[in-house]
Design a protein around this ligand. Structure first.
Ligand code: AMP
Length: 281
């Protein structure tokens, strides 16, 4: 595996490659969720590239950029174990040299959910991913469904800005007890860990109710809120049931689960903000 920092060095390596390029961008502190993307990128392409970059522009002023967990040595070993060909670890100066003044904003799918709670987040994500795409020029790019709204933003940007990349959504990888894997799970104390399970529990409940055609969307949301708020387990940011392609909240009766829908949750367990989602039906 080659490890590079400088984007121009990466371009030189990739320009000599005639086959397909699979790419998985990350912020590091890697776990099985990331590694599932890496294995697919390596298996489905003649060359695989992973990036690790904790992108400052997608964090708000009171968010965890400085504290975000980092483990370069462990990440290098994990990436190599997946058969990845090139690991790109740029610095902030490489990505945002003095004078950088361009931002990519995606409207529509960013209106609700994390787009409403974290105002600068998706402009930061879209901008950095556009830059990463322009350096790597992948054939295929792999993103986790764990970040469902992010995946919608990337698909929209890819179509609107004519990147022509095949964007592949990979199902969420979970711990044995159901907790969605996340680098931020490292923040959870032993006492908080069981409280974090309430997110996946509420999503399983939603799936069951949706399949049974129980009541209305707002009934299902209320039942999910009951699970999350019991014993003050989770301080809820949002619970929504949305159209999976527009991410507009749905309303009204469920129609025996026949309507495509996704349930999405964000909430704080202690000081840790967690997100999770499940496609219903
Ligand atoms: P991050 O390092 O959190 O920015 O995530 C990098 C990529 O890994 C994104 O496409 C995420 O959606 C994906 N990812 C993170 N956690 C998981 C998970 N539990 N299962 C599948 N993909 C994930």
């Amino acid at each position: 595996m080659r490890i590079v920092q400088d984007p121009s060095e990466l371009r030189a390596i990739l320009s000599a490659h005639a086959g397909t390029i699979g790419f998985a961008p990350t912020m590091g502190y890697l776990h099985e969720g990331h590694m599932t993307l890496f294995r697919r990128a390596a298996a489905e392409n003649t060359l695989s590239v992973v990036s690790i970059f904790v992108n400052p522009t997608q964090f708000g002023p009171n968010e965890d950029f400085a504290a975000y967990p980092r483990d370069a040595a462990g990440d290098i070993a994990r990436t190599e174990s997946c058969g990845v060909d090139v690991l790109w670890m740029p610095t902030v100066e490489h990505m945002y040299p003095t004078g950088h003044a361009t931002t990519v904003t995606v409207s529509g799918v960013t209106k609700h959910l994390c787009g409403a709670s974290r105002p600068v987040h998706f402009a930061g994500v879209a901008t950095v991913v556009a830059k990463l795409f322009n350096v790597v020029r992948p054939t295929r790019a792999y993103f986790g469904q764990k970040d469902f709204q992010q995946l919608a933003v990337i698909r929209r940007m890819n179509a609107d800005l004519d990147f022509g990349i095949e964007v592949i959504g990979v199902p969420t990888v979970r711990e044995a007890d159901g907790l969605a894997m996340s680098s931020r799970n490292a923040y959870l104390s032993l006492a908080e860990r069981p409280r974090a399970l309430k997110l996946s529990e509420a999503l399983r409940l939603a799936g069951g109710l949706w399949g049974a055609g129980f009541g209305t969307v707002s009934d299902v949301r209320d039942r999910m809120l009951d699970v999350l708020r019991a014993d003050d387990a989770v301080r809820v940011d949002y619970v929504e049931i949305c159209d999976p392609s527009t991410l507009e909240p749905l309303d009204g009766a469920l129609g025996s689960g026949s309507v495509p829908a996704v349930a999405l949750i964000a909430g704080f367990v202690g000081r840790t903000r967690l997100i999770d989602n499940a496609v219903l039906g």
